[in-house]
Ligand binder design. Sequence first.
Ligand code: ATP
Ligand code: MG
Length: 365
Amino acid sequence: MNKIILTGDRPTGRLHLGHYVSTLKRRVTLQNSGQYDKVLIMIADAQALTDNFDNPEKIRQSIIEVALDYLSVGLDPSISTLLIQSQIPELTELTFYYMNLVNTARLYRNPTVKAEMQPKHFEANLPAGFLCYPISQAADITAFKATTVPVGEDQLPMIEQTREIVRKFNSIYKDILVEPEALLPQKKVCRRLPGTDGTAKMSKSLGNCIYLADTPDEIRKKVMGMFTDPLHIQVSDPGHIEGNTVFTYLDAFCEDRHFAQYLPDYACLGELKAHYQRGGLGDVKFKKFLNEILQEELEPVRKRRAIYEKDISAVYEILKSGSEQARAIAAETLDEVKDAMKINYFADTALIESHRHKYEDETPA
Ligand code: ATP
Ligand code: MG
């Protein structure tokens, strides 16, 4: 069986450090590993419209931002196919057929949808499209027969929903769809990076992000304003590591070599943490350290972005040709699906012949 990756992001803004540590960096490694027959990276605009239907301009403006972020981290359009979801109508058609395979109670139970619904206060005005977006995600994944979906932890319920749909489809109709596996970041801390404000998840919708395209000054200001330990008032006070966002980010980004370079008083993160817990270490010192690490990590990303920013038409061309290539694959799967579901009337000569026989041959002239 072919090894195929499908993953993507909603164009609701620029991409941030949460995306970077959980999937973006990994995608580049997987792309360059040569172990996959196909790598498809999707900008999920139709999904983003399910809860931004009244603000289409935001989605429209964000497509290029996400595409530039992709290219800036090193996704290479000569290896990976970059596509825009809405440009592949086959995905919408598949979604409609899969809707019959899922009941509404199951959709209301989805923990990610539940969590995302809460701050939006939809209540009785919950858009049906939003409730059903896990089904459309199943269509995206299965249309390309993806085997592997690199994602953050919040997406696990979506992959589970996809697997259920695949099993149901294959058992009712025909065994043609592929059950995908989620690929989570190896480091636990990268599976759900908190926001700079200390909230559970860095998220474009929550305004608590460090963006890949932020300027050095923006990064520094955000790091210096990050949530740490509210009980650590005097430098001499013992500090807490758990829930301390700066330490969480250090867990995600820091390597021992960074100490020799930027903070030679310590050999490793364990030593720095121990000092904080003992008391006597001020927030500014380890915030500055984190800032150095992030500046080093994001500088090449920003530089690559600047190159692509100078040729925006080429970026749109990459998306157009990627969408066309992806559409051809999705169309093949849709044909198979319609065949399995017996909605292939005009291609089924046996059907036409049997009806011809029933009516033409047996109806007296
Ligand atoms: P939105 O607020 O519009 O939902 P988002 O910031 O949650 O945006 P998505 O486009 O929904 O971003 O997510 C794209 C991918 O990035 C998914 O695989 C998701 O799991 C991952 N991801 C998003 N935010 C984080 C985070 N803070 N930590 C780890 N992974 C994340
Ligand atoms: Mg999200």
